[in-house]
Write a protein that binds this ligand. Structure first.
Ligand code: NI
Length: 132
């Protein structure tokens, strides 16, 4: 890929904030931070514009909760065209961690995530909004 160089003018405090962010997040240099922030912003815009995106829905739940797995599976079948893979890990005797990789229109992925996260018995749920 062709790399272009350009000069950036920033106020002292903004540059300091950028460097602190870079140090805190272990970025090797300013270029890598700026690259990360631009891509993060572009991905956010894709989600806000209901474009084609990808991500992961993470669910932690107690598998003893009545009907939870049945209801979750039912919803996942309704949205099966959006689901790339499902990984199920047993965290301890009671708790399961499920990571559902998803790809599709942002609004549809958000609806799927909200329906799963809102199920009775879900201990914690999160939609990781990513994309290319
Ligand atoms: Ni399990």
């Amino acid at each position: 890929m062709n790399i272009k160089r350009f000069g950036v003018s920033l106020e002292d405090d903004l540059l300091q904030a950028l460097d602190e962010f870079a140090a805190k997040n272990k970025f090797p240099n300013r270029s890598q931070v700026i690259r990360h922030l631009i891509r993060k912003n572009l991905v956010t815009q894709r989600w806000e514009g209901n474009q084609e995106v990808a991500g992961a829905i993470v669910l932690v739940y107690d598998h003893h909760k009545r009907d939870l797995q049945h209801n979750s599976t039912h919803i996942q079948h309704d949205f099966q065209d959006l689901i790339l893979s499902v990984q199920h890990v047993h965290l301890d005797h009671n708790h399961c961690l499920e990571t559902i990789a998803v790809k599709g229109k942002a609004d549809s992925l958000t609806e799927l995530a909200n329906r799963l996260i809102g199920l009775k018995g879900i201990f914690h749920g999160e939609l990781v909004m990513s994309g290319i």
